[in-house]
Write a protein that binds this ligand. Structure first.
Ligand SMILES: CC(C)(COP(=O)(O)OP(=O)(O)OC[C@H]1O[C@@H](n2cnc3c(N)ncnc32)[C@H](O)[C@@H]1OP(=O)(O)O)[C@@H](O)C(=O)NCCC(=O)NCCS
Length: 166
C-alpha cells in the first residue's frame, strides 16, 4: 500500500517532484523507521494508516510524531492520501482528531507541520485545523527538483493552549 501510494506522480508532486519512491527504499528505510516509532512511542505517536469506515478502503497515512531524539511533547503532523480520497475533507477530519488526541490524551504541547509553499491543499488543511503560519523554510537539497522549489517551504504551528481556545 505504501509503495502504491508513493507511485502516484500527483501524490508525490510536492514531495519528490512526482518521482515514485523506490520499493526497496520503502522496504529497507521507511518501514523500519515507521516500526521503530511504534516501539519508541509505545504506539501512541507515530504514523497511522487511515481507512474509510464504510467499505474499509485505504485512504492513506497520517502521522503525529516527535523528532526521533526530540522532546516527546512536540510533534510533527503529516499526511499523504491516495488521490481517490482527496477533496472529501478526510485530511482535515483526521488531522483534527490527531491534534485532539495529542493535546488532550498524549501530553503533546506543540504541533508543527511543514510543506512546500506552493502546496496549497496542504497549507489549507493546516489553516482549517487552526494552525498558524510560523516561518518559511529553505528547500532541502534533495527537493530542488520539486515544482516551486525556488519558493521554499512553510511551517505552521499550534500549541495546546491555542487548540483549547478554538
Ligand atoms: C494535501 C492532502 C493531504 C489534502 O487532503 P484532502 O483530504 O483532499 O484535504 P481536505 O479535503 O481535508 O481539505 C483540502 C482543502 O484544500 C483545498 N484545496 C485543494 N486543492 C487546492 C488547490 N490546488 N489550491 C487551493 N486550495 C486547494 C480544498 O478546497 C480544501 O479546502 P476547503 O475545505 O476550504 O475547500 C492531499 O491532497 C494529499 O495527500 N496530497 C499529496 C500528498 C501531500 O502533498 N501531502 C502533504 C505534503 S507536506
Amino acid at each position: 500500500m505504501l509503495i502504491e501510494l508513493d507511485s502516484d506522480p500527483a501524490v508525490m508532486r510536492y514531495i519528490s517532484g512526482g518521482a515514485a519512491t523506490a520499493p526497496e527504499v520503502v522496504r529497507e528505510s521507511h518501514l523500519p523507521f515507521i516500526l521503530a516509532g511504534y516501539e519508541r512511542w509505545q504506539g501512541e505517536l507515530g504514523l497511522f494508516a487511515a481507512y474509510e469506515i464504510v467499505g474499509d478502503a485505504f485512504v492513506g497515512w497520517f502521522c503525529l510524531r516527535p523528532e526521533p531524539n526530540g522532546p516527546r511533547d512536540e510533534a510533527e503532523l503529516g499526511y499523504r492520501l491516495r488521490q481517490a480520497a482527496w477533496g472529501k475533507g478526510y485530511a482535515t477530519e483526521a488531522s483534527r482528531a490527531l491534534l485532539d488526541k495529542g493535546f488532550t490524551e498524549l501530553g503533546v504541547r506543540k504541533v508543527w507541520a511543514a510543506t512546500m509553499a506552493l502546496n496549497s491543499a496542504s497549507r489549507r488543511v493546516m489553516e482549517k485545523v487552526g494552525m498558524a503560519f510560523a516561518h518559511t523554510l529553505p528547500t532541502p537539497d534533495d527537493m530542488q527538483m520539486v515544482e516551486g522549489a525556488e519558493l521554499g517551504g512553510v511551517q505552521f504551528e499550534i500549541t495546546k493552549e491555542q487548540w483549547e481556545q478554538q
